[in-house]
Design a protein around this ligand. Sequence first.
Ligand SMILES: [Zn+2]
Length: 277
Amino acid sequence: MCKMIKSSFACPVCGKTLTYNEKSYYCKNNHCFDISKKGYVNLLLSNRMNAKNPGDNKLMVRSRTGFLNKGFYEPLLKALGGAVCRYARTGDVIIDAGCGEGYYTAGVKKILEENGIETVIAGIDISKNALGTAAKRDGEIEYAAGSVFHLPLKDSSCDMLMTVFAPYCGEEFRRALKKGGVMVMVIPDKNHLWQLKEAVYDQPYLNEVKDTELEGFDFVEKLCVREKIQLECQKDIQDLFNMTPYCYNTSSEGRERLAALDSLETEIEFDILIYRR
Ligand SMILES: [Zn+2]
């Protein structure tokens, strides 16, 4: 018998605690989920999937990984890690809901460790393409394929939820968070990527910024991250474009204008919002 480790995740079928060894996850009702070769567990039930391979596609994941690995969003990672450190305590369970390719999950874990805060951090995303990259980035982090609308988590099981540019499901996040637990949300602010939008749109628009109030949560504070980044080659420009929603609604003229650029300086602007359940 190999050693079974308690998972941060819950069985998506019956909701019981999961334990795992190097091969599979089990609940006490004997529901079993194998760990994929890429290192994450699939807890996404096929009857809850509305596409065969849901979530971000390979191109988007590859572009975002390339872009993030170059450190263009490092100012955000540092600010996010700093914020998490101020609210997290040793022993906390932190879930990155909609973790993508794990850039922030692994980055925040490293910052917590550097600050001597020992937590359990795990990531959930619907895109298996993204999770393969995430598990490769940090093999010590538990990653599961799952939906933020049906988180594979027990009620009141986590101390902190991170939601970084990910879909938000208030009801589900409130269910998974302990009372008094913290939600850290990252959203783009109004001027985010303004110059990229100027390049591709005839009439660029400011990002809509919603009211900070969220039902069932107390708003605690907002931190703003503002920088200018300088992209010096077409690859970086295209990688950035491919990771934005703009790549879905840009005209061929807009794409041509973007393809003709040698460099692009653009603002990045994020809000880190802290809530307490
Ligand atoms: Zn089960």
